[in-house]
Write a protein that binds this ligand. Structure first.
Ligand SMILES: [Zn+2]
Length: 130
């Protein structure tokens, strides 16, 4: 399968996660973490359900990804997320060294989206925008 097809497949999985969030009245955001071509974590927003500040989809997959690879470093991982990460998640992505790939179709407030995008671009974390 070509990389473009793989990207679409992973993004489709992230969108499925976002739909799960919508069904439980969470902000509809989904994320998938890929390591060596394998999906090692997928999650949706669970902040209301968990009543936890860090339960954004991106942070959940980062946490699960850390457990999977046995390291806080995720340089070899690619994150697929249905919209631009917020500043909190962008910081976590930077700390993990994870690459980013995300959709521009989202619900995030424009100012935060622009700041997160600039932050990710400055740190070389964006590898693609769909
Ligand atoms: Zn976030």
């Amino acid at each position: 399968m070509e990389q473009t097809q793989l990207d679409e497949y992973y993004m489709r999985l992230a969108l499925e996660e976002a739909m799960k969030a919508a069904r439980i009245d969470e902000v509809p955001i989904g994320a998938v973490l890929v390591y060596e071509g394998e999906v090692i974590a997928k999650a949706h927003n669970r902040r209301e359900h968990d009543q936890h500040t860090f339960s954004h989809a991106e942070c959940v997959v980062i946490r699960e990804g850390n457990a999977h690879v046995g390291s806080w470093r995720l340089e070899e991982c690619t994150l697929y997320v249905t919209l631009e990460p917020c500043p909190m998640c962008a910081g976590a992505l930077l700390q993990a060294g994870c690459q980013g790939w995300y959709s521009v179709h989202g619900t995030q407030r424009p100012v935060l989206r622009v700041l997160s995008t600039i932050f990710l671009m400055m740190n070389g974390l964006i590898i693609g925008v769909k």
